[in-house]
Design a protein around this ligand. Sequence first.
Ligand SMILES: [Zn+2]
Ligand SMILES: [Zn+2]
Length: 241
Amino acid sequence: MKPIKLMKEIMSDIASVIYPNICIGCGSIMPFGSGMMCDKCMAEFCDKHNDRCPVCGRIIYHRGKCRGCNSEKLYFDRGHSLFEYKDSVRNAVLRCKYKNMKYIGRYFGELMADYAENNGMGGFDIVTAVPLHKNRLRQRGYNQSEIPAVMVASRLGTPCAAVLERVVDTKPQNSLSREERLRNIRRAFAVKDKEAIKGKNILLIDDIYTTGATVNECAKVLKKNGAARVEFLTLSCRAED
Ligand SMILES: [Zn+2]
Ligand SMILES: [Zn+2]
């Protein structure tokens, strides 16, 4: 081995001990300079399932719309999600949310901005993140959906604005059943400035699309206050069971 190459490898080993590269999916330590994910997690992130609900973008295993879009009153016009919410994707989302790892949010933002651009998403007047209640925001320090919202907005050349606020400090949705989620999230959001959204096309950004209750409630409030069109883009979605 050439001395320079050997030196680089030694430096890399030292650096990985001092400042280890942790895979955002599984938490394993990777060689310095490996990027954000190990090969195994990268393969899971990229494992694309192509059958999607044509309305909300949920992964489905049959033709036509998903059950939720067939049975519920929807207020959004169209939804898109990048990945299935499982395994390494799920771990990475939880790390970003609860471990204050903002760089994961920036990585998600990059992926979501690429998706929006590559899939011809556009025609929006405002990009906005699903807001956190101020108590949750204080506790967590930041809104994990705001980082991708700013990045997607910038890529699409659209202003990013906080047009919604969360007026009820709801229980975390992940501990609740479907019916409880719907009840829990009802009237949780309000529009900050009605004039700002009147006749506007709005793109909502969130991290996960599970039952759809949160995104649909945001869309409902936006539409009832005069928004013309509401689409959403989430990093991940739960597949239909
Ligand atoms: Zn990994
Ligand atoms: Zn659907």
